[in-house]
Design a protein around this ligand. Structure first.
Ligand SMILES: NC(=O)c1ccc[n+]([C@@H]2O[C@H](COP(=O)([O-])OP(=O)(O)OC[C@H]3O[C@@H](n4cnc5c(N)ncnc54)[C@H](OP(=O)(O)O)[C@@H]3O)[C@@H](O)[C@H]2O)c1
Length: 293
């Protein structure tokens, strides 16, 4: 098991990406702390996690990520129940779609608060409980960003502003805490079939082409939590680059996809553009190659 015995807290884990990440971490042997505002959803995920039969410990504590005293309480409980944390995934997030002049000011603030302040609160409240004493097994702080950075969708001013802003926060944290054995990285997905993107239609089986299932992002989070990524800090990981590489993995002859060392020449020849996008992340490509066997 990839994460056996690790303690991992995941915000926004009642549904969507957070739920999928929580189940994936538990399947790999991690004890997990689940949090969002909706207790019923968290309890459902707890039940699903326990049904995996891996015997991991699952702690549920609901709260609002934009209220610091609630975030403090969440991490106090996680620490009390799980002990020191090996990793925290700051994943909770919100969105609002409308032309800028039509966005109610309180909704703009709500999105900024969830997506920036919520990440800062998560880091601040988790910091005392991160396991920072082992440079060979560093504490992980992973942020779910968005591939809207560095581009623009239109009609998502608050969301775009927040996801640009949180990159700045990530860079600060990565720089400030590297000497304390905390590494800070971000995963920036494109479109995923969740309530945030598709509202009540999420998971209805009719997602538009190109929209990923939440589970398709699990490998990126598992990688960043694993020993493979112990030296990785201050990176922005765009899953779409690796999803493009996966298509070439599927078509490659067996002897060309044993590991990154052999696969990179194949990929460079087939698609110099895809190769260029992933070449910096040999460890992640190795991880994907192993898991796609
Ligand atoms: N779906 C996409 O296309 C997409 C693409 C790129 C990035 N992302 C990012 O992925 C992350 C997860 O979103 P998702 O797509 O999985 O959406 P989702 O299904 O709506 O899940 C969002 C999660 O965040 C929680 N949350 C929202 N506001 C909160 C608050 N104030 N306090 C505590 N928890 C809060 C929600 O729970 P409660 O409402 O119960 O609190 C829920 O568990 C977000 O950061 C989002 O920006 C999504």
């Amino acid at each position: 098991m990839l994460l056996k015995g690790k303690n991992i807290a995941i915000t926004g884990s009642g549904r969507g990406l957070g739920r999928a990440i929580a189940l994936a971490c538990a399947k790999e042997g991690a004890n997990i702390g689940l949090t969002s505002r909706t207790l019923e959803q968290l309890n459902n995920v707890k039940r699903e996690t326990e049904e995996l039969g891996t015997g991991v410990k699952v702690v549920v504590q609901n709260g609002d990520i934009t209220k610091y005293e609630e975030v403090e309480e969440i991490f106090r409980v996680f620490h009390e129940e799980l002990g020191l944390l090996n990793g925290v995934i700051a994943n909770a997030g919100a969105s609002w779609m409308a032309s800028a002049h039509e966005v109610p000011p309180e909704k703009f603030a709500m999105v900024i608060n969830a997506n920036i302040l919520g990440v800062f609160y998560t880091f601040r409240a988790a910091y005392p409980y991160l396991k920072k004493d082992d440079k060979n097994n560093k504490a992980r702080f992973i942020i779910t960003g968005s591939a809207v950075y560095p581009s623009v969708m239109g009609r998502f001013s608050s969301y775009t502003a927040s996801k640009y802003g949180v990159v700045g926060l990530q860079k600060e944290l990565a720089t400030e805490y590297k000497r304390e054995n905390i590494i800070v990285n971000m995963i920036l997905p494109t479109q995923v079939d969740t309530k945030l993107l598709r509202g009540r239609r999420a998971g209805d089986g009719n997602k538009p082409p190109g929209v990923l299932d939440p589970e398709e992002l699990n490998d990126y989070y598992l990688f960043l939590m694993s020993d493979y990524a112990n030296r990785m800090n201050d990176e922005l990981i765009y899953p779409s680059y690796f999803e493009a590489a996966r298509k070439f993995i599927a078509d490659a002859p067996g002897d060309k996809k044993d590991n990154w060392e052999v696969f990179q020449d194949y990929l460079k020849e087939k698609s110099p553009r895809v190769f260029d996008n992933v070449k910096k992340f040999g460890n992640l490509m190795d991880f994907i190659l192993i898991r796609s066997k």
